[in-house]
Write a protein that binds this ligand. Structure first.
Ligand code: PAF
Length: 274
């Protein structure tokens, strides 16, 4: 496995590749990321992981500074997972000047849920993903469904810019208590970790009720918010939405229940397709 830090070296390393399959990450990798890499492997001739903590997608007061940078350990794990090439640029390499051109995603998709609580987040994500796809000349890009809205926004961007990239979404990898794997789980204290599976459980209860025929979605959302608050969480939202575009839930279309909540100072997100 090769590790490169500049766009020039990346281009050189990819000179013979016809179909790079790319897994964009911010590093601090866990088994969920490695599942993305293993999924990417048969989808291209060169498996590329990118590692870049993207300042543009962090808001004021968020965890940009303390986001763990663990390049050496990440690379060892990527190599074991069969990755061929790692692109880990510095900030100066990826943003040599202030990034004045940015991608403004459709507010109808990007200004709700995560976008409502993290203004500018999807502009930052789309801008860096567009740049990473351009740098790696990706033909396939694999993302986790844990960031469900992110996946939809990226698919939308790829379609609207006619990028020659297949966007693949991979099911969320979970711990044994249901907690969705996330780099931010590492922020949890042992006591918080012991109750962190609750978010997945309340979403599962919503999903089960909908599957059982419940159509009072607001009631289910409120019950879920109440369960989280009663256990000391500070939820931002629990929302039952249409899978295709996250508009409010309607009968007879595939739905997804999404949630975001803070446990102490750690903000966790999760979702379940229904
Ligand atoms: O999901 C992530 O880790 C990030 O949002 C991504 C897609 C790597 C862009 O920085």
């Amino acid at each position: 496995m090769r590790i490169v830090h500049t766009v020039a070296d990346l281009r050189q390393a990819l000179a013979g590749a016809r179909h790079p399959a790319v897994v964009p990450t911010m590093g601090n990798l866990h088994a969920g990321h490695l599942a993305l890499v293993r999924a990417a492997k048969p989808l291209g001739d060169t498996t590329v992981a990118t590692i870049f903590v993207n300042r543009l997608q962090f808001g004021a007061g968020e965890d940009f500074e303390r986001y763990p940078r663990t390049l050496e350990r990440d690379c060892a794990q990527l190599e074991a997972a069969g990755c061929d090439l790692v692109f880990a640029p510095s900030e100066l390499e990826l943003y040599p000047q202030v990034q004045s051109f940015t991608v403004q995603p459709d507010p109808a998709l990007a200004d709700l849920l995560e976008g409502q609580f993290r203004p500018g987040f999807f502009t930052g994500v789309c801008t860096v993903v567009l740049k990473l796809l351009a740098c790696t000349q990706a033909r396939t890009a694999v993302f986790g469904k844990k960031d469900y809205q992110q996946l939809l926004v990226i698919r939308h961007m790829v379609r609207q810019f006619a990028l020659p990239v297949d966007v693949i979404g991979l099911d969320t990898q979970r711990e044994t208590d249901g907690l969705a794997m996330s780099s931010r789980n590492g922020y949890l204290s042992p006591a918080q970790r012991a109750q962190a599976g609750l978010l997945a459980r309340v979403l599962a209860a919503c999903a089960q009720a909908v599957r059982g025929g419940e159509t009072d979605f607001a009631k289910l959302e409120n019950q879920a918010l109440h369960s989280l608050r009663a256990a000391g969480w500070m939820p931002d939202y629990v929302a039952i939405r249409c899978q295709s575009d996250l508009r409010p839930a309607q009968a007879d279309v595939p739905l997804v229940v999404l949630g975001a909540a803070r446990l102490g100072s750690t903000r966790l997100i999760d979702n379940l397709e229904i």
